[in-house]
Design a protein around this ligand. Structure first.
Ligand SMILES: Nc1ncnc2c1ncn2[C@@H]1O[C@H](COP(=O)(O)OP(=O)(O)O)[C@@H](O)[C@H]1O
Ligand SMILES: [Mg+2]
Length: 218
């Protein structure tokens, strides 16, 4: 099986005077849960955005799911199979109710409203959010929002999860719950985190991003 992602020599800058990535290389194989560490501002979030085509590299190549990806059409398929859990849940949740937010992805992928409703129920149940369908999203706690945001990603049945500081600002109980959920998921993952205890439990491999390049650690 080819790697899910293969990035070679990827460079990117928001402004030319300050390159963020400078020849970064990365592989993600099925079954891996890769910890992505590195200082604040190193470009970890930027790397996620490049992987799913929200940003385009200035040079280098991105392959995903066995095919080179350059055009918007090619990346649309990548985004259907690789979901980002954003660092700030408020960036992910934009509907009035939980059910609408979680149904949004499946409906966008062409599921009927009836099938989307079934997926919503199954996904919420898997995350221990039974009965949350009619809850008003903006009234949820930070921890509940994080789990609902994860539900919106999982509802698309992705092969890859890109998790951007998933335990940030969670209390201990919610972090423990999220850890158990992630340990039980079959998807390959890249996990940006500074939380060592969390990464010790989850990660199968560690990479560090610094000065625009990725290196294996440990
Ligand atoms: N939309 C943007 N426009 C301009 N600069 C940005 C933007 N997003 C991030 N940056 C800059 O790019 C660098 C990498 O940011 P980011 O990928 O968010 O780092 P990390 O996630 O590792 O903390 C930082 O210097 C940041 O200030
Ligand atoms: Mg970041």
């Amino acid at each position: 099986m080819p790697p899910f992602f293969r990035l070679d020599g990827v460079s990117f800058a928001y402004d030319h005077a300050h390159p963020v990535l400078a020849g970064a290389c990365f592989r993600l194989a099925p079954g891996e849960k890769v910890a992505l560490t590195g200082p604040n501002g190193a470009g970890k979030t930027t790397l996620f955005h490049l992987m799913v085509g929200l940003l385009k590299p200035s040079s280098g190549t991105i392959e995903a799911f066995g095919a080179p990806r350059r055009t918007e059409r090619e990346f649309k398929e990548v985004r259907a199979r690789a979901g980002i859990l954003f660092q700030d849940s408020d960036d992910q949740l934009f509907c009035p109710t939980v059910a609408e937010d979680v149904a949004f992805g499946p409906m966008n992928l062409g599921q009927s409203p009836a099938d989307a409703r079934i997926i919503v129920g199954q996904t919420l149940e898997m995350l221990g959010l039974n009965g949350f369908e009619t809850r008003i999203t903006h009234t949820l706690s930070g921890g509940q929002k994080r789990l609902v945001a994860l539900a919106t990603v999982l509802a698309m049945r992705p092969d890859v999860l890109l998790l951007d500081e998933p335990t940030n600002a969670l209390d201990e109980a919610t972090e423990a719950r999220l850890t158990e959920i992630l340990l039980g998921l079959p998807q390959a993952m890249v996990i940006i985190s500074h939380d060592r205890a969390f990464l010790d439990r989850i990660a199968t491999r560690r990479v560090r991003l610094d000065h625009g390049r990725l290196s294996e650690i440990g």
